[in-house]
Design a binder for this molecule. Sequence first.
Ligand code: AMP
Ligand code: MG
Length: 417
Amino acid sequence: MAQLSDDCFAFGGPMMSVDDAVALIATRVAPVERTESVSLAEADGRVLAETVMAPMPLPPFTNSAVDGYAVRSADLALAARQTFPVVGRIQAGAAANHILKAAQTVRIFTGAPMPKDADTVFMQEDVRLEDGGVVLPAGLKAGANVRLTGEDIPLGNTALSKGQRLRPQDVALIAALGLTHVTVRARIRVAVFSTGDELVTPGTARGSAQLFDSNRYMLMAMLRRLGCDVGDLGILRDDRASLVQALKSAASGYDLIVTSGGVSTGEEDHVKAAVEGAGSLVLWRMAIKPGRPVAMGIIGGTPLIGLPGNPVASFVTFTYVVRPTVLALSGAFQDRPVPIPVRAAFAYKKKIARREYVRAHIRRGDDGVLEAVKFPREGAGLLSSLVETDGLIELGEHVTEVRHGEVVSFLSYGSLL
Ligand code: AMP
Ligand code: MG
């Protein structure tokens, strides 16, 4: 079971900045130790548990980058003046046994091995065929259109580093190196609960004052995108004793517990008290909108993150609190999403000293520049505001105002998961 050390109590102030919270999480959460070997077909999205060194160079042999004619660079000076006879033909996959003499050429195809001594290839589009040979244009550089052994990855170099969350291109590299399996960290097991007497599960009867639980399905989907093994633990009632019981039992079987709802300071918000009852509360109230408050706790060594109940607040705080925690527990690099500068097609005022995320869609302005259009309404409960936008505009703690036309930082929803 992953351990979150208790000394992060020291950081639990009344209001914590997003950066402090993320830094705290990244340094205090230890990755799961369980590893497993997975095949190439299962590797996408998994986190490498060991660095992969190249057991062979890539490409493994020097080969032609184009369809054309291979020559020796020593003969390039002759190229403009005489016809080069074609003395052989090498297809991709065939052996290159030809030995070129002065001013001779070999017909060669993309990916075919270069004949001994030949080091330059003329593209077939650039030559003219004549009786008895090809006429080659002047001006080609020695070594043109050839891919050298190891130019992509030299033998023994680091191909992929420990902690990499494997993407399709990473899986391609592993395959190109001839490996069939890689050692990855076990998927972390995450328990997801919703809390609230007003919630019912879709598919069951809904009372007139009840809502269908949407957060649980959103959070489970987000966690699966991050490669977690997710346990759906349903809805907990607003009752401290049953919350304590449920949290304690989840802590023994999971690496992380994520809840939504019940973390405000209202009388019926019991998650904070339940965390204190079942374990210890680490931080509380983050300087983030939409989103404060967020609870983080440790129950029997298992971290717990209590997200706010409003769907938009839950979504935003997930990306800034749960995501770095999941990456840390999974043994993955902390890759902070990279913001893209866009032009604000809106004006906005905000409070100093808290981070804000404004929902926006992106369009191209009349001059072709990308601009962000703010969702017209503010509510943290509006699911349509997430569905109809492309991402979040990040406004730093120091910002108090956004003026029309100003450059702002945009984070696409795709980059946040
Ligand atoms: P809370 O954080 O428990 O005070 O909830 C804040 C708001 O979010 C309330 O309007 C809740 O009904 C709503 N809410 C809480 N949990 C969920 C959920 N799982 N799905 C949809 N809405 C929720
Ligand atoms: Mg509630």
